[in-house]
Design a protein around this ligand. Structure first.
Ligand code: GDP
Ligand code: IMO
Ligand code: MG
Length: 424
């Protein structure tokens, strides 16, 4: 009997999950997404080509790997179709290697409209949503109104769809001055539904548990990051799913006793896209330097990402919530040119030193307390072994391991598959 390993982000998303899942895929028979939807943008780079996936798991490029879109995921048939079309050039056996849960929920065009209307109405306090309809779709799921992939095969699907759209129209009436044209959006939606019907849909909870019985190796691929988790993130500036290890259980139908290794991944610094608190955010030229060196622009929306130094209290919190058993440090090459690297060890809140994230971090004045680390000032992107890394980079990794109390097993020094160093 095997267990399900988990790989997820410990910060505010975009840590490099797609890259590491792609690197780890040869070790696994199955890669499974368990939550989120097309708000995610997971980038993979190999053979000089860059790919961005939104809903499809990052194991899709390896022909021997099965890729499951689990019940906890929300699927927009329109975006899904585009993703599949983008993959056509690679001649992948999608019908065999991509399996979709019957219980995954569908994002309707009106969910996207509701997301946009809600954000518009919030004005300055908007979440900074990716406007992919994520919040409204999960609301319909928990509100017990949602449509699921399995529904598309029933004769009453159109009726159910129309009933939900009517409900949404009623809700949209409450947003003054929000205009829309549903008819314009529907053809693409139903084209996407037809495509979904032609793919392989399964009862993924049975499939995965059977695969475990057969000793198959399985990796669950997280989307977003721990600080965007609906329960434990910087609420209300979060996404609408459980992005943490526990989300694997509900998003795939895997019992807690069947969770294996938990790989937590983080950037050597920190970024956030969208609104909400970010204690170590830099509003100066250092922040701009990180953004430019790291190409920190959203893979899904193209928005510039907010940048800052690494935040140890937030990382320790994320490690605790997820039970991370090993870590991967990403994008350390982005700091190659820096004389000095800062690490936030504590915050000062109301004149007091605090080393954890308080209940409501939205309205508090944070003063991050930093320790300064000497930069390595060396191009690390060509390294092939961590043993050859500059001493200052090794010291940075040891410093973080000492504080985080979990081994950093992988250090990533560039976006390509090959730019990945094993530390242990
Ligand atoms: P994800 O959402 O966690 O999969 O991350 P994204 O793909 O949204 O963002 C990570 C970005 O950093 C992508 O453009 C990756 O190609 C890139 N990337 C990943 N690892 C590294 C690395 O070690 N160094 C550099 N410079 N870029 C990286
Ligand atoms: P990956 O998987 C970074 C952010 C949005 C916004 C908030 C809510 O690529 O790491 P939503 O569309 O979910 O209602 O937006 O969450 N967000 C992400 N930020 N990476 C992501 O995914 C994100 N998915 C959502 O910017 O602040
Ligand atoms: Mg991303």
């Amino acid at each position: 009997m095997s267990k399900v390993d988990v790989l997820l982000g410990l910060q505010w998303g975009d840590e490099g999950k797609g890259k590491i899942v792609d690197v780890l895929t040869p070790k696994y028979d199955i890669i499974a997404r368990f939550q989120g939807g097309p708000n995610a943008g997971h980038t993979l780079e190999f053979d000089g080509i860059k790919h961005v996936l939104h809903t499809i798991p990052s194991g899709i490029f390896r022909k021997d790997t099965l890729n499951i879109v689990g019940n906890g995921v929300v699927i927009d048939p329109v975006i899904f179709q585009k993703e599949i079309e983008n993959l056509a050039q690679f001649n992948l056996p999608i019908k065999e290697t991509l399996l979709i849960s019957n219980k995954a929920h569908l994002i309707l065009p009106t969910h996207r409209l509701l997301d946009a209307a809600s954000e518009q109405a919030k004005g300055k306090s908007k979440i900074g949503s990716t406007l992919k309809g994520i919040g409204p779709t999960y609301m319909d799921k928990t509100g017990r109104n949602g449509l699921r992939v399995g529904d598309i095969f029933t004769s009453t699907f159109k009726e159910k769809y129309n009933a939900l759209v009517e409900k949404h129209k009623g809700m949209l009436k409450h947003y003054e001055g929000f205009s829309y044209d549903i008819q314009e959006l529907e053809p693409a939606f139903f084209e996407g539904i037809d495509l979904l019907k032609s793919l392989t849909t399964i009862d993924s909870e049975h499939f995965i548990n059977q695969a475990m019985k057969e000793g198959k190796t399985i990796l669950a691929e997280g989307a977003q990051g721990t600080l965007l988790d609906i329960d434990f993130g910087s609420y209300p500036f979060v996404t609408s799913s459980n992005t943490i290890t526990a989300g694997t259980c509900t998003g795939l139908g895997v019992a807690p006793t069947k969770i294996g290794d938990v790989v937590g991944i983080f950037k050597a610094y920190c970024t956030r896209v969208g609104s909400g608190p970010f204690p170590t955010e830099l509003h100066d030229e250092v922040g701009d330097e990180i953004r430019n060196a790291g190409g920190e622009f959203g893979a899904t929306t193209g928005r510039p990402r907010r940048c800052g130094w690494i935040d140890l209290p937030a990382l320790k919190y994320a490690i605790m919530i997820n039970g991370a058993s090993e870590l991967s440090m990403m994008k350390s090459d982005v700091l190659d040119g820096f004389d000095e690297i800062k690490v936030c060890t504590h915050y000062i809140i109301d004149g007091k030193k605090v080393d954890y994230l308080p209940f409501d971090i939205t309205d508090i004045e944070f003063k991050p307390v930093y320790e300064s680390i000497k930069g390595w000032k060396t191009d690390t992107t060509q390294l092939t072994s961590f043993a050859d890394a500059p001493q200052e980079l090794k010291d940075y990794v040891s410093y973080l391991e000492k504080h985080l109390e979990v081994p950093i097993e992988t250090v990533s020094v560039g976006p390509d598959r090959s730019q990945t160093l094993k530390n242990k």
